[in-house]
Write a protein that binds this ligand. Structure first.
Ligand code: SAM
Length: 414
């Protein structure tokens, strides 16, 4: 059944544009930036909304499309319990790994226990084809030794953090990475890497992984982790489809801050193949239906189902902040907050659109290299639509509803 109970509110909704948070880069705690992740938002975004809507540390913050965990980590840094959800096992790993952040001593002691130089049998041809475009054979051997240690001890939380730091160093474009010159935000395919090596005349040199892991750890822990972060002990971590968050009870979350996959802009599977291999979840990732939508209609259906779940788990009076972008679709620019607004107006009677905030700052999510024109394909603004759940489900009464619209129109003189 189509309903339209939000129209009265909709008339009042204006889009507020401002620089709500800074456009400066990397101003928040370094543990946010340890690992790059495609289409992540800046930590300033969840910080802004947590400050705006919460002032009591018993509240719970959640993100159903958590990615690299920007909302979760920021909530914990501010002393709030958080609930992570993302269908991707790579996302699960990189967020869960930061639940416990080891002290320098324990980190170094555990790392020293691993025999990274241990000899291994010669890789077969297929392996060489896959990994040698990225790594020197001795670097590859060290990676295999670290990986094996982790796969044999998946519950060792210090080792998990070591793996997390190593994962962040897997591929990228500076000497701090284990690979030859490559892209840091996503794993390119071996064929593409091979071509690039030829084109750039790249020599595959040995990169010692231990010194690079230590350097990265020290660099990202120059600023102390605040004691509030210990709340992360109470976090919950899920790997569910956002359309069915069955493990999260009704009315149990105070604030959701999230950004869904945008139409078909990012291929989360292909882009993460090397990372998924390293942490042993490649097959799991391949089996998932991870956010590629061929039409706006498909995306709307997906968002309708996901919003239904968000509304179910949010407490009455709680808010859902959905960050979306503008996308090019069939040669038109579509502001996705308008699409969300339509979904709310047409299908839901237990939330209303509270406000729409557009952060003015312009940015490009990826730089323009590897022949990817992201300025055109990607999103350029932070457009946040905020929904608020009614304390009581709004009963649809056509008479009073029409009266309400008439009154609003009269007030606004329209
Ligand atoms: C735009 S990213 C979120 C980035 C995040 N805000 C951050 O700062 O890192 C969208 C995320 O949605 C996840 N995703 C895609 N389809 C999903 C689904 N059906 N259920 C849950 N998560 C999904 C992807 O794995 C991806 O991590």
């Amino acid at each position: 059944m189509m309903i339209n109970n939000n129209l009265a509110y909709r008339i009042n909704i204006t889009k507020q544009e401002d620089e709500f948070w800074t456009s400066n880069q990397r101003k928040m705690h370094p543990i946010h930036y340890t690992i790059s992740y495609r289409a992540s938002f800046k930590p300033e975004l969840p910080e802004f909304f947590i400050r705006r809507y919460l002032n009591d540390k018993t509240k719970v913050v959640m993100d159903p499309f958590s990615g690299r965990g920007t909302t979760i980590i920021q909530a914990n840094l501010m002393g709030y319990k958080a609930i992570h959800n993302d269908l991707s096992p790579v996302s699960y790993f990189i967020v869960k790994a930061r639940q416990y952040i080891p002290e320098k001593e324990e980190f170094l002691n555990r790392l020293n226990q691993i025999d990274l130089k241990k000899n291994r049998k010669e890789p077969n041809l297929e392996e060489k084809e896959r990994f040698y475009p990225f790594f020197h054979p001795d670097t590859y051997k060290e990676l295999l030794n670290l990986r094996e240690e982790y796969l044999n001890n998946p519950d060792d939380k210090i080792l998990k953090y070591i793996m997390f730091i190593a994962l962040s160093r897997l591929h990228g474009h500076s000497d701090g990475f284990f690979s030859v010159y490559s892209f840091p935000q996503f794993s390119v395919l071996p064929e593409a890497q091979k071509k690039n090596n030829l084109r750039r005349n790249i020599k595959i040199i040995y990169k010692d992984i231990k010194s690079r892991i230590i350097k990265k750890y020290l660099n990202d822990h120059k600023i102390e982790i605040p004691s509030e972060y210990k709340i992360s002990n109470f976090n919950e971590y899920y790997q569910l489809d956002s359309q069915n968050l069955y493990m999260i009870p009704d009315n149990s979350v105070d604030l959701i801050i999230t950004s869904p996959p945008f139409l078909d802009k990012v291929n989360y599977k292909q882009d993460n193949w090397l990372r998924a291999w390293f942490i042993g979840v490649e097959e799991e990732l391949n089996d998932l239906a991870l956010g590629i939508y061929n039409s706006l209609e498909e995306w709307k259906e997906f968002m309708k189902n996901s919003i239904k779940e968000m509304i179910r788990i949010i407490k009455p009076g709680g808010r859902i902040v959905i960050e979306v972008g503008e996308v090019k679709y069939k040669k038109n620019t579509i502001f996705l907050e308008d699409v969300i607004m339509d979904i709310i107006n047409n299908y839901f009677n237990n939330v209303y659109v509270d406000e729409i905030l557009i952060n003015k700052q312009m940015f490009t999510k990826l730089s323009n290299c590897w022949k990817i024109e992201n300025n055109i394909k990607g999103t350029n603004t932070n457009r946040c639509i905020v929904l608020k759940k009614y304390y009581h489900t709004y009963k649809i009464n056509p008479v009073s509803f029409n009266k309400k619209i008439k009154l609003t129109r009269k007030l606004l003189n329209i």
